[in-house]
Design a protein around this ligand. Structure first.
Ligand SMILES: [Zn+2]
Length: 109
């Protein structure tokens, strides 16, 4: 799915927390490897978590993972990396990046 669709499926709670991480600069660094896998380290209060987003050649998300305890749903760390990619327009897709206002993500549902 697209990053916008993905963001819409993440719980408002995770979006809210992910935005908090992103805005206070908790994303220590990120990298995108040659397989279009994005990895970011997110500094939380006590630990640093590693969240990954796997995309295919068309920048559609095909999987994700995080080493925190939230197993089956996209956690706040996944939300943080997705929000970073979205808000910094790292995919270079201007039109799509304009479609979602992040405040809408938090206030809906
Ligand atoms: Zn996590």
């Amino acid at each position: 799915m697209t990053i916008d669709d993905f963001l819409e499926e993440i719980t408002p709670y995770a979006i809210d927390r992910g935005l908090h991480y992103y805005e206070r600069g908790a994303m220590e660094n990120y990298e995108r490897d040659s397989n279009n896998r994005w990895t970011a380290k997110i500094k939380a209060l006590k630990e640093t978590y590693t969240a990954t987003l796997q995309m295919d050649d068309n920048n559609l998300i095909t999987g994700y993972s995080c080493n925190c305890c939230d197993k089956d749903i996209a956690c706040k760390h996944i939300a943080a990396i997705a929000l970073m990619i979205h808000s910094e327009n790292l995919l270079g897709e201007n039109r799509r990046a304009m479609e979602i206002d992040m405040k809408d993500l938090i206030s809906t549902n």
